[in-house]
Design a binder for this molecule. Structure first.
Ligand code: HEM
Ligand code: HEM
Length: 168
């Protein structure tokens, strides 16, 4: 059924995901310059665990989205509608790829993979070359996601009626 506003579940998914992503980008940006030591170790572990939460949220959100159609767009312009669809699709793709690249980057290091203290399997072995490749891919994708979020937020501000129905 097509409704005027977003469902409570979609609103919940959208804002929890948004807060987590903004946290991960700021935290990731800050942590990479920390000197080697326990603070850096803690910062990386927290980033990885919260990053996995973001991935789980994306999976749940995608399943929900598959079965629940969003309300009709508030945008009149045909081209703007198209652009917002493409931006949303790219956001979903990046929200999927960024954590995977992060997981792969962390898999090719000597450090254990933990989810809030629980050990997880790694998908690789100790290899600084592969680690560097996925590390750069992760950073590139994460900053592309950040740029797209800025475009997305500007689009939402231009169509402020859209923001209202993402809240109420
Ligand atoms: C959507 C989720 C995620 C976002 C938005 C995100 C964002 C970021 C950002 C902005 C950086 C700093 C990049 C730089 O400028 O060098 C970073 C670094 C890092 N992230 Fe993530 N991250 C996410 C998920 C993950 C996950 C799931 C893991 C691993 C399980 C992970 C592991 C790392 C590691 C090891 C670094 C440091 C060096 C590197 O780039 O490999 N991240 N992340
Ligand atoms: C990291 C931050 C964010 C991410 C990853 C994100 C992601 C998304 C995605 C994927 C959608 C498409 C939903 C769907 O149709 O399934 C969406 C919709 C939307 N977002 Fe965000 N968002 C973020 C931040 C924000 C912020 C800060 C605002 C408000 C200023 C905002 C306003 C909206 C609105 C209004 C819609 C609905 C657009 C419509 O009417 O179709 N988002 N967002």
């Amino acid at each position: 059924m097509i409704d005027e506003r977003f469902s409570n579940m979609s609103i919940f998914f959208h804002w929890t995901h948004a807060i987590i992503i903004i946290f991960l980008v700021c935290w990731g940006w800050w942590m990479v310059d920390l000197p080697k030591g326990s603070e850096r170790g803690f910062a990386f572990s927290l980033h990885k665990s919260v990053g996995m939460v973001a991935y789980l949220l994306l999976l749940m959100r995608s399943v929900w989205r598959f079965f629940h159609q969003p309300p009709l767009s508030v945008v009149d312009s045909f081209y703007f509608k198209r652009v917002s669809k493409v931006v949303h699709l790219c956001l979903y793709l990046l929200l999927f790829m960024v954590p995977i690249a992060g997981y792969l980057s962390a898999s090719f290091t000597k450090y254990t993979m933990k989810f809030f203290g629980f050990s997880l399997p790694k998908l690789g072995w100790l290899d600084s070359g592969i680690n560097e490749f996925f590390s750069q891919t992760h950073a590139l994708l994460a900053w592309t996601l950040t740029g797209l979020v800025v475009v997305h937020v500007l689009g939402a501000i231009i169509h402020s009626a859209a923001i209202k129905r993402m809240f109420f």
